[in-house]
Design a protein around this ligand. Structure first.
Ligand code: CTP
Ligand code: CA
Length: 232
């Protein structure tokens, strides 16, 4: 697609992308999960590959086919995703956290199936916070690695949505933050997306809408434009 920069503008770049949604086990047969399909992250992985990058895809419970030509590392929980990202990020030029990470996991995983007659009619789950993987990557030394975060927000007001996203980008020290509004029907399994990309000065670098594939190309256009020139 000639609208999207030079064909091989990511040649030789190491791009690490997380996609999908984590699952936090409760017992051998149940988990806490979310509605992320992995479509947007996989579209970025495929597009980066097509533009010449070496792509590591850290895949959390994808509901769609895996892309060809990527080094795929399967994870399920947030803690597994964190380990895989820390390893992969070490020599990455770009890290994209597109995965929907569970903010909480059950405090204890039952080794046997939780029985419905164990309590007095109701069930209370105790949850503990998962680490913020993107914020950890942002705090760790990462010279030469561009950090791209996502933000999923249900805020209906566009200005307040941007304020939330700016605060999120700063808190996590991401270089770029891709914000999209999600809801009961928008965002997750859809083929279309509408996002704003916020830069490290808090300004909206670009607004993108269309198929998740074209949004992926637009995000990579921004990434390619802010990457330092490759050594020759
Ligand atoms: N993220 C992460 N680790 C977590 C939670 C989120 O790395 N434990 C990343 C996501 O992959 C995304 C970004 O942080 O790139 C924003 O995720 P989001 O859920 O929108 O923000 P949170 O910081 O979790 O805040 P909240 O859910 O309360 O809005
Ligand atoms: Ca969250």
């Amino acid at each position: 697609d000639p609208a999207h920069g030079a064909a091989l503008d990511l040649a030789g770049r190491r791009v690490v992308i997380s996609a999908g949604g984590t699952r936090e086990p409760l017992d051998p047969v149940r988990f806490l999960g979310n509605r992320s399909s992995g479509k947007q992250g996989v579209a970025i992985a495929e597009a980066a590959r097509a533009r010449g990058a070496d792509v590591v895809l850290v895949a959390a419970n994808l509901e769609i086919a895996e892309p060809a030509g990527c080094d795929i590392r399967h994870v399920s929980t947030a803690l597994e995703l964190r380990d895989a990202m820390q390893v992969a990020a070490r020599d990455a030029d770009v890290v994209v956290m597109a995965a929907a990470v569970a903010d909480y996991r059950p405090a204890a995983v039952s080794q046997g199936k939780i029985k419905k007659d164990a309590g007095d009619g109701g069930l209370t789950l105790e949850l503990v916070r998962n680490p913020d993987i993107l914020a950890e990557l942002g705090r760790a030394p990462h010279d030469g690695t561009l950090l791209v975060g996502f933000a999923a927000e249900t805020e209906p007001d566009p200005e307040r949505l941007l304020e939330l996203a700016r605060a999120k980008r700063e808190a996590k020290r991401a270089d770029l933050l891709v914000v999209n509004r999600v809801g009961w029907s928008e965002g997750f399994a859809a083929d279309e997306n509408r996002v704003s990309v916020i830069g490290d000065d808090g300004r909206v670098v670009t607004e993108l809408h269309g198929s998740k594939v074209s949004v992926a190309q637009g995000i990579l256009d921004v990434v390619a434009s802010v990457l330092p020139a490759a050594e020759r």
